[in-house]
Design a protein around this ligand. Structure first.
Ligand SMILES: Cc1cc2nc3c(=O)[nH]c(=O)nc-3n(C[C@H](O)[C@H](O)[C@H](O)COP(=O)(O)OP(=O)(O)OC[C@H]3O[C@@H](n4cnc5c(N)ncnc54)[C@H](O)[C@@H]3O)c2cc1C
Length: 538
């Protein structure tokens, strides 16, 4: 089998960001799309709510901009917010052209208008959606389109290990030339060369014990870019969803906020309702307030989970308003019309990531980052609901335009040596990987989760340093596999989160610390971490 592939563009990741980019690129460019599982698996597939854009005549771009800035708590880049919001309506039209079907508004008989919902932070109805499974509709449509492209080769079950760069090979210049990629079926590392490489690898929420994200969200792109000398920003801002189902067989199932909107009450294990003690809006307080209250009570009681109860509402009402939650819980033996639902907060969205400019370029020439893995300046200290898919769409187009402009001037990279496995052995103790995987996610949850303190962060830093040494040693002695690669990336990302959280000595947006409980106007700037080997653009 070939071990070196050459294309004009190498896209790593096949969520909304990666697939949209493939579709925006000019047809004369050859493209490789690699994905570590099947093409559709990733956060995009599970997105529920929708995509925000100004589509209603009563709404305005300025209002969307202001809502985003407000939610971002002083840290959004105003220029970026304006650019993304302005492109929102066109991005939705582009999706419609791809065949994506959104829910129509059936309140006006005969109307072809789309139904828009309103979510936290938005002052208008501006979230277009496909029932409560928007991500599935978007992902499956884009996947179908990309599969029919004649200029794209698709590589499923291929996981990117690291980038091929001039620096790594000791060559002249400063550029990304491709990536080393492990073919999981053949257990062989292949070399993918391309003058343009795009990281579209999604978020990093798997670094926490509880997450709403699927298994692929291990922050690979962030760790890969960091190792290649790219700056990373705002990693302290991890968004937690307050209520994820707590059940050994239910991985990452969200209990929609609408359940609290319809009277759901949060209870302690002894049945006491606790939210009124934390906020006068009780269960209807904003997401971060509810998540913090649950976290506080769980830590205080040493409880494994708390409960969300809607059983006081008529059973028919519950069944008809929450068919998905009702059905999924029933499969697991929980009848929500009769009993409370065990819940925990869960890591949900990575606001920080690889620092990029307004063309999605990273610090390394030839390397771009788009989607949840990137930091564009849009979200600031807190992401507003449904702005993330919008960011994927807008930045994939901006990156494609930039690549199309530059493509004629770029030559294919020179030959590079293949991946060298001559000095590694078969893994001898897989337990090192599984143990460290569990330990890492557990202490990140306990010490670097929703509520932080200096002491907790110090404890986490000591543990991260130790695990990092162990994992790097293991990596350099044994043949690589999927779990080891993901763990190596997770520990890198954990380190970036802890370092960023330690630098922010205030509470702002999603970063809350008991040692500095207030916002400090002098710290109104992103947290930018600079790696070894970083070279500013000439
Ligand atoms: C439950 C849930 C609900 C959500 N609801 C909404 C919503 O309503 N609206 C909204 O705007 N946002 C929502 N979000 C967030 C949004 O879904 C994501 O931010 C967005 O889909 C990210 O898209 P992406 O293309 O950047 O990454 P993803 O869709 O996560 O895709 C990442 C891709 O990269 C691949 N990959 C990762 N690492 C590697 C590697 N090393 N090698 C090869 N391939 C790799 C993965 O296999 C995958 O194909 C939700 C998220 C979740 C989890």
């Amino acid at each position: 089998m070939t071990s070196t592939y050459r294309h004009d563009v190498l896209i790593i990741g096949s969520g909304a960001a990666g697939l949209s980019l493939a579709l925006h690129l000019p047809a004369h460019l050859s493209i490789a799309v690699i994905s570590k599982r099947e093409l559709s698996e990733g956060n995009t597939l599970y997105a529920q709510g929708g995509i925000s854009a100004v589509l209603d005549p009563g709404d305005s771009l300025e209002s969307h901009i202001q809502d985003t800035l407000q939610t971002g708590d002083g840290l959004c880049d105003r220029r970026v917010v304006g650019r993304v919001v302005e492109r929102g309506p066109d991005s939705i039209r582009w999706l419609l052209d791809q065949g994506v079907e959104f829910t129509r508004d059936d309140r006006v008989p005969g109307s072809r208008a789309y139904h828009l919902t309103r979510e936290g932070g938005h002052t208008h109805r501006r979230v277009i959606h496909a029932a409560d499974a928007t991500g599935r509709e978007v992902e499956t449509n884009l996947e179908g389109r990309v599969r029919s492209l004649t200029n794209a080769e698709l590589f499923e079950n291929h996981i990117a290990v690291d980038l091929v760069t001039t620096r790594k090979l000791g060559l002249k210049g400063h550029r990304c030339m491709g990536a080393y990629v492990l073919d999981l079926a053949a257990s062989e590392v292949r070399t993918f060369l391309a003058p343009f490489v795009i990281l579209a690898t999604g978020g990093a929420s798997k670094v926490y014990l509880y997450t709403s994200n699927p298994d692929v969200s291990t922050g690979d792109g962030i760790a890969i870019a960091w190792r290649a000398g790219c700056r990373v920003a705002n990693m302290e801002f991890m968004q937690f969803h307050p209520t994820c189902l707590y059940h050994p067989r239910a991985k990452s199932f969200l209990i929609t906020e609408a359940l609290r909107g319809e009277g759901g009450r949060l209870l302690l294990p002894d049945g006491e309702r606790f939210m009124p003690r934390f906020d006068e809006r009780a269960e209807l307080a904003p997401r971060d307030v509810v998540a913090r209250a649950i976290d506080h009570e769980m830590k205080r009681l040493g409880a494994e989970c708390l409960y969300l109860d809607i059983s006081h509402q008529p059973a028919d009402f519950v069944r008809s308003h929450f068919p998905t939650v009702h059905g999924r819980c029933l499969e697991l033996g929980i009848d929500i019309t009769r009993e409370p639902i065990p819940v925990v907060p869960a890591a949900h969205y990575t606001c920080g990531g690889i620092l990029v400019d307004t063309n999605a370029r990273t610090d390394l020439p030839g390397l771009y980052a788009i989607g949840e893995t990137s930091y564009t300046g849009l979200h600031g200290a807190n992401r507003m609901a449904s702005n993330s898919l919008l960011e994927c769409l807008v930045y994939s187009e901006l990156a494609a335009l930039d690549i199309a402009r530059l493509a004629a001037r770029q030559k294919s990279p020179p030959e590079v040596p293949p991946w060298d496995e001559s000095r590694v052995a078969e893994p001898d103790e897989e337990v090192v990987v599984s143990h460290n995987w569990d330990e890492l996610r557990r202490f990140m949850w306990d010490y670097v989760g929703i509520v932080r303190t200096n002491k907790r962060l110090q404890r986490a830093k000591r543990r991260v340093d130790l695990l990092r040494r162990e994992i790097i040693e293991y990596y350099s002695h044994f043949r690589i596999g999927n779990d080891l690669l993901e763990l190596r990336n997770l520990v890198e990302v954990a380190d970036l989160i802890v370092q960023s959280a330690q630098r922010r000595r205030e509470s702002r947006g999603l970063h809350y610390t008991l040692d500095f409980p207030r916002k400090d106007p002098t710290q109104r700037r992103p947290t930018i971490l600079i790696p070894d080997g970083y070279r500013p653009h000439p």
